[in-house]
Write a protein that binds this ligand. Sequence first.
Ligand SMILES: O=C(O)CCC(=O)C(=O)O
Ligand SMILES: [Fe+2]
Length: 247
Amino acid sequence: MVSLQPCDFLRYTPLYAEKLDTSLTTIGDSKESFFLGSSEGVRGQCYPNQWPSENLLPSWRQTMECYYKNVMSVGRKLLGLVALALDLDEDFFIKIGALNDPAAVVRLIRYPGEVISSDVETYGASAHSDYGTVTLLLTDEVPGLQVCRDKSKQPRTWEDVPRLGGAFIVNIGDLMERWTNGLFRSTLHRVMPVGKERYSVAFFLVPNPDCNVECLKTCCSETSPARFPPILAGDYIKERFRITYAT
Ligand SMILES: O=C(O)CCC(=O)C(=O)O
Ligand SMILES: [Fe+2]
């Protein structure tokens, strides 16, 4: 069994390395990407980012570190709003330590314009939901992103997600679905190839690996018992990554 450590993710991932829809028997997703984590805290020291040389990309490191800090601050605020919506204190997720040293990552993604062959079923990103709490996504003007509003219904219907200038697209992640007992359903989405190069920047707000994700008290009752057993965020994420890169 492959044992992936958090540091293994902070790197470049080549085309077809990942298959987000693990039920597919086709080749991997047609995208390449670069992952960046926090430069601060214990995590930043234990799992340093891999920076390209300053000569090659002047100021890139500072730009990305600044982006990471700012998007993290938006993510924290958003989790405060989620907590309020769930009848919890605004700082609930802070108080339980979910964001003490979070394993949140920024992912810079490039989808190539050309398709390898029209006979092969390929996706930029095959159907999936993100693993963490919420995802804040920025895209360029190239279409391709689609959402399935009702993931329990077959056959699935997909809708294009338009880009809104100056706004983030927000996805609910699977850990949030577990925390809320399905009240906040994780967003099933995919990226279709449209024959044009496309870029996006995703921020996956993943909590501390040692954070115990168990049904929130405001989300279960005698008539609506917890549907998911408690799990450590780190164990959950590691397993999802393992499957995504193994198939
Ligand atoms: O590129 C996009 O618009 C979406 C990317 C995505 O869903 C992901 O990386 O999880
Ligand atoms: Fe995604």
